[in-house]
Design a protein around this ligand. Structure first.
Ligand code: PHE
Length: 466
């Protein structure tokens, strides 16, 4: 049997260095583009409100700097070492069954997420369009959202517009598509986020909300705070879904993996905090401090926020700015999913990029349509008590993602070895947190991942309430 160091040396040699991002900045913005998405703007604030505000934020930050850091380093280093997206990356270390499984589960997740993520992207397209047409009043109506998603034809058109936009960027290529779009979109996104956050925290009565969000209160802590923060961190940093291998495989050998990781983490967390500042104080002010509305989750962005915007003046303007920002964030995330699927197909089936991306588009249109119809003409369909879209979300984020992350740890521990990873990272970084990386990947991560998996399945089956 070949030892670990020869295996990783061979994998490294197999990487022909495609170097398709032109420089560090392009890479960082593209990875940040993947990370910053609906998860930051919509999911983070409502989870923070639900799980104790400041204390959730604190737990999240600790996890991000330890766990999140370790996972990003692993995936990026493996991607760059092998020059492959997940299936090829796992395959570079042998042909054992568990390696095959680990590679494919990482590759299948983005193919399942892309369609339903794009359906939600389509909802954002619709809201953006309506705000730009000056429909703030109508959007604030109770029945608007329900009426829209149950109108399958309109929802399908919006979904198609969104996913075709992502497709066009992929066809344009890594440098001319993904990188070029990220370089324009990400700075614009920060600007829009700052405008909305400033608007929100300066509303009368908003300061209470700011306090709730930022100041930790230890009596709000529970073990579910940790489980929820962990799940959110995975989702938000786009971990365990093949994306970072794929983007890592386009990274130059002299790019500082450690520094890039830190920058992406803070970028992602910064936008999540800004989103918290946009949403929590505004809703606080609107409801007179009633956090139940915030805890309502999914309906927050599409039902409550439009009411808040409408009640605060400048509804059309701020609504347009906000939803445009959400649209840009969602689009760059969808692009990263699309790219990963495309890269996997073209590597594994030996097809060219355009053809592979067309295949991804076709599969996504079919699966996404099922999610669209799940709210409309197929609303009678229920899987484990969930609608189709919710089921895809649950399956990927709560079941498959912890499993795939577990296999990443296993790959590092059993096949590559910590020395292999360290060698790759140290080609261009000091790897200051190497010890922590080792401890987290070997002892803490596998254990926590199993807890997340167990608790999310148990909560869905109704054994515990999260
Ligand atoms: N990280 C993205 C977000 O925060 C979500 C995402 C999930 C992106 C899966 C790509 C893949 O919204």
């Amino acid at each position: 049997m070949e030892d670990k160091s020869t295996a990783s040396a061979r994998a490294a040699k197999a990487n022909k260095q495609k170097t398709t991002f032109s420089g560090n900045m392009g890479y960082i913005l593209a990875v940040a583009g993947s990370a910053v998405g609906l998860g930051n703007i919509w999911r983070f604030p409502y989870l923070a409100a639900k799980y104790g505000g400041g204390i959730f934020l604190m737990v999240y930050l600790i996890l991000m700097l330890t766990f999140g850091y370790a996972m990003i380093i692993s995936e990026t280093a493996i991607g760059r070492m092998t020059g492959k997206s997940p299936v090829g990356a796992f395959g570079a270390f042998g042909s054992k069954k568990w390696l095959k499984f680990g590679g494919w589960i990482n590759a299948v997740i983005p193919m399942l997420i892309l369609p339903y993520y794009s359906v939600i992207g389509g909802w954002v397209v619709k809201y953006c369009f309506e705000y730009l047409r000056g429909q703030a009043d109508a959007l604030a109506g109770d029945a608007f959202f329900g009426g829209f998603i149950s109108d399958s034809l309109t929802a399908e058109i919006c979904f198609a517009v969104f996913i075709v936009a992502a497709f066009l960027v992929i066809v344009a290529g890594v440098k001319n598509g993904i990188e070029a779009v990220s370089k324009i979109v990400m700075p614009l996104l920060i600007l829009l986020a700052v405008i909305t956050a400033v608007y929100s925290v300066t509303r009368p009565g908003a300061l209470e909300g700011v306090k709730y969000f930022l100041v930790p209160n230890f009596k709000d802590f529970s073990i579910m705070t940790v489980v929820a923060a962990m799940g959110q961190m995975f989702y938000s940093l786009s971990l365990a879904m093949g994306i970072l291998y794929t983007y890592g495989s386009y990274l130059k050998k002299d790019a500082d993996i450690e520094k890039n990781t830190t920058q992406v983490e803070w970028f992602d967390t910064g936008i999540a905090i800004l989103a918290g500042l946009m949403i929590i104080p505004a809703v606080f002010a609107f409801t007179g401090g009633d956090i139940r509305t915030l805890k309502a989750g999914p309906s927050l962005m599409f039902i409550t926020l439009p009411k808040v915007f409408d009640s605060m003046g400048l509804g059309n303007l701020i609504g347009s700015v906000f939803f445009l920002m959400v649209l840009l964030a969602a689009l760059t995330s969808a692009i990263s999913l699309f790219e990963t699927c495309t890269a996997t197909i073209s590597e594994e089936a030996g097809l060219n990029r355009t053809f592979s991306s067309l295949l991804v588009l076709a599969v996504s249109l079919v699966l996404g349509t099922a999610s669209v119809f799940g709210y409309g003409i197929w609303s009678f369909v229920e899987i484990f008590g969930m609608q189709i879209l919710d089921f895809f979300d649950f399956l990927t984020n709560s079941v498959m993602m912890p499993v795939s992350a577990f296999f990443i740890c296993l790959l590092v521990i059993r096949a590559i070895g910590f020395d292999g990873i360290a060698r790759e990272v140290k080609l261009s970084s000091r790897f200051r947190r190497q010890r922590m990386y080792y401890v987290v990947t070997k002892y803490i991560a596998p254990f926590f991942l199993l807890i997340i998996l167990a608790s999310s399945i148990a909560s869905t089956l109704g054994f515990i309430t999260i």
